[in-house]
Each structure stands twice: as C-alpha cells, then as structure tokens.
Design a binder for this molecule. Structure first.
Ligand SMILES: C[C@H](O)CC(=O)C(=O)O
Ligand SMILES: [Mn+2]
Length: 338
C-alpha cells in the first residue's frame, strides 16, 4: 500500500494509564506491558506516575512502587523502543530528571499549562544538555486560542524542544479545532521541530482527532493499549493503528501484536472498563482535566452530590491542573446549596 503520511507513536499506557489504575501497577505489570509493546514498532514508551516524575504524593495519590523501581524495570526490558518520562515543572524537578536519565530514559516530555510554556524553560534546556529527546507538552490546549497556543509552542522550541505537543487534556476538542490548532502551530515552527498530538476520548473522537492532527502535519501521536488513561482514556493504540492502516498512514506499528497486548495484557489489569460513560463524557463536555475524574468521584461520594455537577462547575471556573484542591471545595459548596 502507498502511504500518504508517516508518523511515530508514543505509548502512554504506563503513564497516563496510571491514572486509571490509581497509580497501582506493580513493577511486574510494568514489565509485562513493556515487553508486550517493545518490538511492535512503538517509538517511545512513556513511564511515570500519571502526574509525572515526583507525582507520587498525598495531592496526586501514591504509586504502588517507587519511581526508581518502575523506571529501572521498564528500561531493563526494552530492546527496540526508547523509554520516555513526563515532567511537570513544580511537581518534578531537574534533579528528578537527572536521576531518571541515569536509570536509562532517553526522552522527556515537559508539560506546562497551555499558556505557561515559560515555566518549562529551565527543564527543557537542562533536558537538552543531558542529550534527551525533548518534547514540550502544552496541556489543556482547548482553553487557549490557536494563535496564542502557537506562540507558546514557539517559546518551547526556543528553549530547545524538538517536538511540541498539543494536548487535549480534557478530551474537549472536536476535529475542526484540532485541525486549526495543529495547522497554526505547524506553520509557526521551523521544519526541524516536530508537532505532536495527545488526545482523550471523552467525546468519543480521539481516533478521528488524531487522524485530523496527522493530516495537518502532526508527526508524533500518543496512544495507549486498550485506551487505558485518565477519563474515558487516551486514543486506543490498536484501534488507531488499524484505522491508520486503512487511511494510508504508516505508523510502523504491527497491528496484531498491539491488539493482543491490549486484550491479553492490559484489559485483565484494568480496575474498571475504559469507556465514555456519563462522568467521563462530562469531562469532555465541560472541558475539565481528565485526571480530575477519580478525585471528583471521590469528592462527590463524600458530599453526596452528582459528580457531573462538580465537573460542570469546575469547567465553568476554568480550573486547571495543579488546582486539585478546588475539587473538594466545589463538591462541598454544591452540597451546602442543596
Ligand atoms: C499530567 C497529565 O495527566 C498530563 C496529560 O496526559 C494530559 O494533560 O492529558
Ligand atoms: Mn493525558
């Protein structure tokens, strides 16, 4: 088949997928998932707490095992893919990144809110000095107009990012918005800086959005086995690979092995099925950070209110990552008004 596009895939099962299992994968789970992915053609395998290096905490939830143990395990298994990690400045530090590099990671994605690229300057510069494949990750991109987002992307590139991602953290974007944002970013970056796209399936369009991103010039696309990820999950890797094959996009990933990994390795390890149900759908509808879902469910249970009301109010207040404490405040206020 003659392909129209060639792209590279980053698997996020062992990082975004951690949100969906409350960061409770064991080291053996991490090894099994890595072994299943390695050699399928996936370029990068991202591993970390769902909120990145340093995320294991009271605020974000403790991981089952230490960061060092996960990274050591994943790096010891890979033969073909490279290991990446995620760093949110303020949660993780440059010291954490140096340690991760010593353990064998080859790439880092430095994630900031979509209007705050400058908070990642130091981390991006240091990552480049360490020789890491360095990616800027603009979270909650749906909140930021295309032109502003593109300027933030340019800042990340000026600090040294080799790829800049548009991140639909809330799964709130539809195809026309993805096209506009990817195209505007692609046009302002020089051709040696790649564009990436990270989706959540809260509105059920992660595969379509990711294909739209490719058509507008995105080269790196994120996906996870069986869609394991925050909210209604990420772009399901095996579904995306099959759709790309039919659409004329060369992912370099073998279809049957990723289908098998999703079915045999990841689904049995899920705590609940990944699906667009009424609460994960509300994330996309209201434009709320996908990793808030489990915290919002807990707060809603505690105060006996509807999770959807909590999420809609958080969306109205334009709450962003790092403001997790607002979830309990909002649930409390809604309960008091009842
Ligand atoms: C820390 C977040 O989970 C990063 C991410 O995957 C997103 O914003 O989406
Ligand atoms: Mn995500």
């Amino acid at each position: 088949m003659a392909y129209k596009y060639r792209i590279e895939l980053t698997d996020v099962t062992l990082r975004d997928g951690m949100h969906a299992v409350r960061h409770q994968f064991s080291v053996d789970d991490a090894k099994a998932i890595t072994s299943a992915l390695d050699g399928t053609g996936v370029s990068l395998i991202e591993a970390a707490h769902g909120d990145g290096l340093g995320g294991s905490s009271v605020q974000y939830g403790f991981s089952k095992e230490s960061e060092e143990d996960y990274l050591r395990a994943v790096c010891s298994v890979v033969k073909k893919s490279r290991v990446a990690t995620l760093l949110l400045p303020g949660i993780g530090t440059v010291e954490d990144l140096k340690h991760a590099e010593e353990l064998g990671i080859k790439a880092v994605r430095v994630a900031t809110h979509s209007t705050e690229a400058d908070t990642g300057a130091q981390h991006i510069e240091e990552a480049r000095k360490m020789g890491l494949d360095t990616v800027g990750f603009l979270m909650m991109s749906h909140m930021t107009p295309s032109e502003v987002l593109a300027e933030e992307g340019k800042k990340m590139a000026s600090y040294g990012a080799q790829c800049v991602y548009i991140v639909d953290s809330a799964g709130a974007m539809l195809m026309d918005e993805v096209r506009r944002k990817v195209c505007t970013l692609r046009n302002v970056l020089s051709s040696d800086v790649q564009v990436g796209f990270h989706a959540h399936n809260n509105l059920g369009v992660s595969v379509a959005n990711s294909i739209a991103a490719v058509e507008e010039g995105a080269f790196r696309i994120d996906a996870s086995l069986a869609g394991l990820g925050a909210g209604a999950g990420n772009t399901p890797l095996e579904v995306f690979v099959a759709a790309c094959e039919k659409y004329g996009i060369d992912t370099g990933v073998q279809l049957y092995p990723v289908m098998d990994a999703a079915e045999d390795i990841v689904r049995p390890r899920m705590h609940q099925p990944i699906m667009t149900d009424r609460t994960s759908l509300t994330l996309g509808y209201a434009g709320v950070y996908s990793s808030f879902l489990l915290h919002a469910n807990r707060a809603a249970d505690q105060f006996n209110v509807d999770t959807r009301d909590v999420l809609v109010e958080l969306g109205r207040r334009k709450v962003v990552g790092g403001q997790e404490d607002m979830i309990v405040d909002v649930a409390f206020e809604i309960a008091n008004k009842k």
